[in-house]
Design a protein around this ligand. Structure first.
Ligand SMILES: [Zn+2]
Ligand SMILES: [Zn+2]
Length: 155
């Protein structure tokens, strides 16, 4: 038994969220691939182990990814509650908002998102090669090419 090298890296909360290509409903994988639970369509999408450095989309294999803050509902509610408890709103509302802003920035983790299929990779180490959301790259995926002049300043 070797608990360090065993298959225990499966339970660190990693997940891949993506849309079923057949029925377009949201699916979530935290480990091995299995067929769509809504329509039964075959799916080969699996969540890589949580220590994997994400360099391409786990859902479609696309290589252009961006990161953003993972604002899900539970986190938002928890932060509002924490803010209401710990921050003296009535005396220093502006300071409170600034502190809350900082706390959100520190506490909320980044998720890695695919420009092509919008799959969300959660619970993975940050890849320095992945940049924040870029509207120009996004538009290139949606419209096929960047609008004239939009390339300037983006390399
Ligand atoms: Zn489906
Ligand atoms: Zn993708």
């Amino acid at each position: 038994m070797n608990p360090v090298l065993g298959p225990g890296s499966e339970d660190r909360g990693q997940s891949v969220n993506f849309l079923c290509p057949a029925c377009e409903r949201r699916l979530s994988r935290d480990g091995a691939a299995h067929p769509c639970e809504h329509c039964g369509a075959d799916s080969s999408v699996a969540a890589p182990p949580s220590d994997t450095l994400i360099t391409r989309c786990a859902a479609c294999g696309h290589e252009q990814l961006y990161f953003q803050k993972d604002f899900n509902r539970a986190t938002g509610i928890a932060l509002v509650v924490a803010g209401a408890v710990f921050v003296p709103w009535t005396i220093w509302p502006l300071v409170g908002i600034t502190v809350l802003d900082y706390v959100i920035w520190r506490v909320v983790k980044n998720v890695i998102v695919c420009y092509e299929c919008q799959a969300v990779h959660r619970g993975y180490p940050e890849n320095p090669a992945i940049k924040p959301f870029d509207l120009v790259i996004h538009d290139r995926h949606v419209y096929g090419e960047a609008p004239p002049g939009a390339e300037e300043g983006h390399r």
